[in-house]
Design a binder for this molecule. Structure first.
Ligand SMILES: CC(C)=CCC/C(C)=C/CC/C(C)=C/CC/C(C)=C/[C@@H]1[C@@H](COP(=O)(O)OP(=O)(O)O)[C@]1(C)CC/C=C(\C)CC/C=C(\C)CCC=C(C)C
Length: 631
């Protein structure tokens, strides 16, 4: 007599959890995630069917007739088949969710390079990078890898022995001989990557679903939904009702799924991370042959400098910008890597000027950077096909132009072959404008008189906005179109979208200026146009002296209103961006996150001084971001 008990286990326990995680992941899900889930589902179902069918035929476990609907496939009840699917799906989603915060390429292992004895700054920097260095100790990885392989191989041997002896060890033996060879294979291919990613990325997808499924299994065993044959199992219980074999089964299958997901991430990390080797566009669903090539590429062929420069760029992004760091998790593959590298370049260039001790030093640094950019740019254009990041410890750009190593590396990493040079020069022009403010350093001989603050009119402000932010948007959108050249968009439409992006960049810069009025004043800068200030009988020097004034607040409101207006005029262009690679969602999320700062400032109105990026609370930032992704 057929029954619904097993089906009820799914409706009560597995389906709701799967739905919940699907909803949680939905805003962040990319098409590469669908690829990984689909592949694993196919592998899991096809490999489990013969095994499960064998166990059922040999009476290792059974289902009372009144607990299942009665429809079977190879003797397996459909509810059981559904279990393979839903468990693989749930564990894969958890794995994908926890992996969102990392860029897999940054966790590829690298062969040890013997560095010269470090200077104090280098030693400090290395201390900061400890997270990666410790996890990336190559010899240690190999040792653990070997130990792990011996351990897994021993489990296979124990399993074989148990199966051969039959009797109570049968069920445990069949689990071990079926799952451990696959785990051995995945471990062999990807143990260095598995050991290099943060532990939580491996442990959470294994332990969280396992403990939940232990709980569900305990209930099912208690209710007799399925029954384990006492003649083919040890009779040892982890706790009341939960047989040790069942506990091992769920643990081991979740290890399988998690290792499978991580092996996918590993190969994607390689094929996305080394464009000089995989020198073709990588589709969201890369062909199997490319995946195998990535997985089998030896660590000695990786480019350590590329990996370590990428790690530096990620650290910069995480330490300096919460909004762009969050937005980065939505972009996929090479676009994500290139955006992080672009961020690091812009940030390093900005810091190079802002952190110079004197104006002369800043001017010199700007000139050196400008020269390095134009020379690197022409060199790359001429050597386009053969460009390769060298493995030297020091960047050649740093040696040639005497630029700080971090700055030089981020320039070296920038995909200049696909970027226009004009916006990069525009960015430098913007930084140059920052150097035209009167100095706050009393020892400096040449003081610029009040009238010579560089932002005199609204059009100066707009030019400045274009230089430091419009250009960033232009570069960002060039990267989007380079990686996802939508065939449906004409050249004219593309130019219009880029123009809208430039305007949006200007709007974001207005918000940035409004937020930082007090902070900028401390540096002797005032970006509110002098002729706006004059309407309130104020001068830029008065703002620098004391930013918190009634007139300044009113002008800040005017600037924010103007930013929001530009935002409204241009935001529809975002919906014309390619959806691939998370481009549209990511740009929408990044823009909304930043515009929220403007909205909060308008809400708070009177608040001054406005100090730092604590303007929007973490929870509000996340909420706005998720809403933007779901729009
Ligand atoms: C996802 C990801 C990693 C994106 C990277 C975006 C990127 C390359 C940003 C570089 C930012 C930067 C350091 C620029 C140097 C000059 C500067 C300081 C500009 C201001 C940025 C904010 O910097 P800040 O560090 O102060 O920010 P925090 O609040 O501390 O986080 C700017 C305000 C400029 C930012 C402008 C953009 C990123 C361009 C925005 C335009 C688009 C996203 C395109 C919109 C597209 C359409 C079609 C409308």
């Amino acid at each position: 007599m057929a029954g619904l008990e097993y089906a009820i286990v799914h409706t009560k326990y597995t389906i709701p959890v799967a739905l919940l995680i699907t909803i949680l992941l939905q805003p962040f899900k990319t098409s590469v995630d669908n690829y990984k889930i689909t592949c694993l589902l196919i592998i899991a179902v096809t490999s489990t069917i013969p095994w499960d069918s064998y166990l059922l035929k040999n009476d290792v476990w059974d289902y009372p007739e009144d607990a299942v609907i009665g429809t079977t496939f190879w003797k397996i009840p459909v509810e059981e088949l559904f279990f393979f699917v839903i468990q693989t799906y749930i564990t894969s989603l958890v794995c994908i969710l926890v992996s969102k915060s990392i860029i897999p390429t940054a966790f590829l292992p690298t062969l040890p390079v013997t560095p010269p004895s470090p200077s104090i700054e280098e030693a400090n920097l290395r201390l900061q990078k400890k997270k990666y260095l410790v996890q990336n100790d190559y010899k240690r990885l190999r040792r653990i890898g070997l130990f792990g392989a011996i351990f897994i191989a021993s489990l296979v041997a124990i399993g074989a022995k148990l199966v051969h002896s039959g009797g109570q060890g049968t069920y445990m033996g069949l689990i071990l001989v079926w799952a451990c060879p696959v785990i051995f294979f995945l471990w062999g291919l990807s143990h260095q990557y598995i050991l290099s990613v943060p532990y939580k990325n491996v442990l959470i997808p294994i332990l969280l679903p396992t403990s939940y499924l232990w709980f569900v299994d305990t209930l099912a065993l208690k209710n007799g939904t399925w029954v384990i044959n006492p003649d083919k199992s040890f009779g040892i219980k982890l706790w009341k009702y939960l047989d040790i074999e069942e506990a091992v089964f769920f643990l081991i299958t979740n290890i399988l799924i998690t290792f499978g997901q991580l092996a996918f991430d590993h190969t994607l990390a390689v094929i996305n991370g080394f464009p000089e080797i995989f020198n073709f566009a990588i589709p969201s669903w890369p062909p199997f042959s490319v995946m195998v090539r990535g997985l089998s590429m030896a660590v000695r062929n990786y480019t350590p400098r590329r990996i370590s420069n990428l790690r530096d760029a990620i650290m910069k992004l995480q330490n300096k910008s919460r909004s762009f760091s969050l937005a980065s998790s939505v972009f996929e593959g090479r676009l994500r890597i290139d955006l992080v590298l672009l961020y690091a370049f812009c940030r390093n260039a900005d810091d190079l000027i802002d952190e110079a001790e004197t104006r002369e030093e800043a001017q010199k640094a700007l000139a050196k950077l400008s020269e390095a950019i134009s020379n690197t740019f022409s060199y790359r254009r001429s050597e386009k096909a053969s460009f390769k990041i060298e493995n030297n410890l020091k960047s050649s750009i740093s040696m040639l132009y005497n630029l700080p190593e971090e700055m030089a590396s981020s320039l070296e990493m920038l995909p200049l072959e696909v970027l226009p040079v004009k916006p990069i020069q525009g960015l430098l022009e913007g930084f140059g404008m920052d150097l035209r403010f009167p100095s706050t350093d009393k020892t400096e001989k040449k003081q610029v008189p009040d009238g010579e603050f560089p932002i005199r009119t609204e059009s100066d402000l707009k030019r400045y906005g274009y230089c430091v932010a419009g250009t960033v948007a232009e570069l960002l959108l060039h990267l989007v179109f380079h990686h996802y050249p939508s065939k449906g968009i004409t050249k004219k439409e593309r130019a219009e979208i880029i123009q809208a992006g430039v305007n949006m960049g200007i709007a974001l810069q207005y918000i940035n200026i409004s937020r930082d009025i007090a902070k900028d004043a401390l540096m002797g800068r005032c970006y509110i146009p002098s002729d706006w200030l004059a309407e309130y009988n104020l001068t830029p020097a008065m703002v620098v002296e004391k930013a918190d004034r009634h007139g300044v607040r009113l002008l800040r409101r005017r600037l924010l209103r103007s930013a929001i207006e530009i935002y409204h005029q241009n935001r529809s262009a975002i919906e014309k961006l390619p959806t691939h690679g998370g481009a549209r969602k990511g740009v929408r999320g990044a823009v909304e996150n930043y515009v929220e700062i403007g909205r909060v400032l308008l809400e708070r109105d009177g608040d001054m001084p406005i100090w730092n990026d604590e303007t929007v609370s973490k929870s509000r930032r996340l909420w706005v971001f998720v809403k933007a992704l779901c729009a």
